[in-house]
Design a protein around this ligand. Sequence first.
Ligand SMILES: [Zn+2]
Length: 381
Amino acid sequence: MPDRRIELTAPVDLDQLACSACSWRAAAKPELWGCPECSAPVEFALRADIQLDQTALSGEGLARYAAWLGFGAEHLLTLGEVRTPLLRPSSPPGTLLKSETVMPTGSFKDRGAATLVSWLAERGTARIVVDSSGNAGAALAAYAARAGIACEVHIPSDASPVKSRQACAYGASVVLHPGPRAASTTGAQRAAQEASAVYASQLWHPAFLLGIETLAFELWEQYDRSTPDTIVVPVGAGSLLLGIERGLRALIAAGLLIEMPRLIGVQSSSCTAIAAHFGDAGVNGTARRSIAEGIQVADPPRLRQIIDAIAGSGGTALCVDDTAIRADQHALAREGVLVEPTAAVALAGLKLARERDLLDPEERAVAVLTGTGLKTIYDPQ
Ligand SMILES: [Zn+2]
């Protein structure tokens, strides 16, 4: 495909917010993370003239795509993100693994943290409060430290302890919440309000999703200006899946990609709001806790968008149980790839999709390994 030498234009307007459900629009401010009229998630207003200039691509990591994201490269914080590698597992055939374990804080959340904190820093934010099951809290704490922004992380008390210690090490203060994952969300929102701080939400804020788009851009480059047939990702709050989908849609809108690959979202059988919609309700119901703590989200704010993104790609969602997750975590480790349980969900889901003949034998598939296993070292007995 020839280079498109056209005027640089960002696909979204980083200074305008629009509601995803009603007609509300306003100038973007750090404290606006949900629609004040109807409480739906907000988005950056789309610009009609979506253009992605391939000649603007230079350098490594997120900075390579700064212009595509609407950032000046000098305004995008960096901790040395890399283009994450594609690894070939011993099985199933035709599969590649995109390993986000090598990102600066050990997970794909660095992509969204870089853009969200950069966006907030540019707008003079001095203090943020965040909620997380662990990885996003560590990522946001790291990029906040880079920006000189004070950070408070609200995290479930039964999350992997290394993740909260990691956030502490970056200088964040950590507040532990007993009970379900949602208790950390309400705790963070309340604390932000009381302290007049910014609720910097990976679940709600479109600037977080913006950074995840770079994963799709990387795949497109790694597949020689194309994509695999199917992309399989763990899904909880949906930031990974939605970010990838938005990146792919931007490429299609710019004429740089012809066809949308299928997106398959994989949940644990303990948290199945999305899989249930596609007819896979699991066996454990929704009350039990899974080892896949990163996708333990019972009520995703962007549920409708996640379902539409999957359906619009011709994909599906399914769920896997802890036994399958642990087996694939173990199998990957025995091939030298150390991931956390939430990351193994993608490979377990991909195998299940093949077992159910949801994928053609010749189909090229990529499973995204979302985070390192160094934070969740387990007893390999
Ligand atoms: Zn609204």
